[in-house]
Design a protein around this ligand. Sequence first.
Ligand SMILES: Nc1ncnc2c1ncn2[C@@H]1O[C@H](COP(=O)(O)OP(=O)(O)OP(=O)(O)O)[C@@H](O)[C@H]1O
Ligand SMILES: [Mg+2]
Length: 232
Amino acid sequence: MGKVLAFTNSKGGVGKSTLSVHMAVYLREQGRSVALVDADVQASSSKWLREVSPEFEPFRLQTPDDLLEQIPALRDQFEFIVIDGPAGLSEVTRAALFVSDVTFLPCGPSALDLWAAGEAVRVVRQAQAIRKGPPVAVLIPNKLQVRHRLSRELVQTGRSLGIPVASGLRLLQAYADAAGQGQVVWRMGAEASKAAQEMRVLLEELLHDESAEIIEPGVTDSRLAVGSLGRH
Ligand SMILES: Nc1ncnc2c1ncn2[C@@H]1O[C@H](COP(=O)(O)OP(=O)(O)OP(=O)(O)O)[C@@H](O)[C@H]1O
Ligand SMILES: [Mg+2]
């Protein structure tokens, strides 16, 4: 049975597509079988993925029915299913939360981003209550600026929301360039080396690392689930 990893949030422009494409390509380079499911009508991750790897055909499932009906079949075919969610807490996002094992919530460092993350966590909690457990939720701070007050607040917010906070990504031009060039940062040469290193560390952490900070005793099991993602 494949693992379903969804990137969702209530806000646009927080890095869902950037992280989905990098996660899908990374897993594939590790020799894992992976499907990228583009659940956003903008289809940015499908286009981006085709440029990175023309032979890597994305799946476009853009309605709640499509996600609920077709993800189980993809679980039988692939080791990992990476869902790039749309912006907003739409029915599509809710469906992604119903079919995923883990949902990653990328979050920018502005006050509006923090507010939106709180809304997203509320919807994650609803899905967890109905499903009596999953999905595991992990906040991914994005566009971090060292010494920026809101960046620190972002990490604090994750703590107060009671979900694990991953190490995150800094605000770096290389990430924006990657989308424009249809590339992943570790294939972009020296000028993207900082981003490449940081992205690899983050992806490894999301897949394997058990050092993600767990805030509430109640989510301790989540830690095990995240830690075991790469080991089945
Ligand atoms: N860490 C970063 N540093 C600099 N730019 C970034 C970073 N992360 C993402 N970006 C840029 O921010 C923009 C939004 O990122 P992305 O498209 O991944 O977000 P999204 O959550 O998928 O947005 P949408 O909700 O519109 O689908 C893109 O131009 C992307 O290149
Ligand atoms: Mg997107």
